[in-house]
Design a protein around this ligand. Structure first.
Ligand code: SF4
Length: 392
């Protein structure tokens, strides 16, 4: 049976104060606990909070888990610039976070960005994404989200460095676990807890329109990124199956309203897939869709995923799409793929651990995707259903 104790990092501050009151402890002990939990990524064991009396350390450890991602393996790639962490949660579920280091350049300071997960697996099922291949497992608890950030912060603290940016672009669709994602963002942003500025936090969505509208009603909290991948519905139905529930015009309409209400620029992510979403028609459709918007487009070469028939667009093709967008007045960046910079690549380690599906199933999946994308390029809408667990 999994551990029923709450994760301490995800506990709202007033609940910690109430718990302390029930132990006949003064409220100021909460400050000591928060300092120990959040400074430099914090402690992972109540016994290490030496500012507390021994009895309180014992009862705190019995009450709550100080680290929900304690069982973690890391792999370093890209010559030390990318660190992938595979976290085994208390119930055995695997999730990933990716820490990316960006050395200082003439125009920018050194950055350390963490891409973290909000769900184990994902119900959306984008076919170019390793997490989508896994299907949906469960929502992460607030503490499980935050402890990924604390893990990375501890890792950086050993070199005297700090996490500078957090992006919710790992496993899962953050807006389908929105209450816990918002609670996590509040803790990340809180100067008395993680203390990261709102402008340094980005939450990505594949287009959950009610979630975007709810964020808009809350005002500016962080940067909103939309995983667009295609501007034409027929193709987006295949690449982002959520599009069958909320078509692209609705998604961009909600994002546009968000930008107008919050004054914050929307970031659009487009994974570039050779021969699929990189035609001149796609470039024109994208330019037409976003022309005049307060928006920035990131074009990202697709990461190879085991069971798709697709590969990344060639760089000259991506450059020509960027030129079309820029000519339409849309700020556009081509991102070097770190292997993990978008959700498209997160989930690869967990998928490997889940084992290979049988060869006939892989062959059927590839064949279905080839047919579906060919039909989409002819402009035919998909008649496949909206993925289960999405958009009720
Ligand atoms: S790209 Fe994002 S929304 Fe799509 S399946 Fe992967 S994790 Fe889910």
């Amino acid at each position: 049976m999994s551990d029923q104790r709450p994760g301490l990092s995800g506990l709202p501050p007033h609940e910690l104060t109430e718990w302390l009151a029930a132990q006949d402890e003064p409220a100021w002990r909460a400050r000591q606990i928060a300092d120990a939990l959040w400074t430099g990524g914090g402690v992972t064991d109540a016994a290490a909070i030496v500012t507390l009396p021994a009895g309180l350390r014992g009862s705190l450890g019995a009450f709550a888990r100080l680290d929900t991602v304690g069982d973690t393996e890391t792999q370093v790639t890209d010559g030390g610039l990318t660190e992938k962490a595979l976290h085994r949660l208390d119930d055995g579920v695997l999730i990933e976070s990716v820490l990316m280091h960006y050395p200082a350049t003439r125009g920018s300071r050194e950055r350390h960005t963490l891409c973290l997960s909000s769900q184990a697996g994902c119900a959306v099922g984008c076919p170019f994404c390793a997490t989508g291949e896994l299907g949906f497992g469960r929502d992460l608890e607030t503490a499980e989200i935050l402890d990924q950030a604390r893990h990375a912060a501890r890792r950086l603290a050993t070199e005297g460095k700090r996490l500078t940016n957090i992006v919710f672009m790992g496993m899962g669709e953050p807006l389908l676990n929105l209450d816990r994602v918002l609670a996590a963002v509040e803790a990340l942003n809180d100067p008395r807890r993680f203390g990261l500025g709102a402008r340094h936090i980005t939450v990505s969505t594949s287009g959950v329109v009610p979630g975007i509208r709810r964020l808009t009603s809350l005002g500016p909290q962080f940067t909103l990124a939309v995983s667009l991948h295609a501007a034409r519905d027929a193709l987006r139905d295949v690449l982002v199956p959520l599009n069958r529930r909320w078509p692209v015009a609705e998604v961009v309409g909600a994002a546009r309203d968000h930008a107008a209400a919050t004054g914050r620029r929307i970031s659009y992510e487009v994974t570039m897939i050779g021969g699929v979403n990189d035609t001149p028609e796609d470039a024109d459709a994208l330019a037409g869709l976003l022309r005049g918007d307060h928006a920035h487009v990131n074009l990202i070469p697709m990461n190879p995923v085991a069971h798709t028939p697709w590969t990344a667009s060639p760089m000259p093709v991506i450059e020509s799409i960027a030129a079309t967008l820029r000519a339409a007045g849309i700020e556009t960046t081509i991102r070097r793929n770190r292997g993990q910079e978008v959700g498209a690549a997160c989930g690869q380690l967990a998928a490997q651990r889940a084992g290979e599906p049988p060869a006939p199933a892989v062959a059927r999946r590839r064949e279905r995707l080839v047919l579906a994308s060919a039909a989409a390029l002819r402009g035919e809408r998909s008649d496949e259903p909206v993925p289960a667990g999405v958009g009720e």
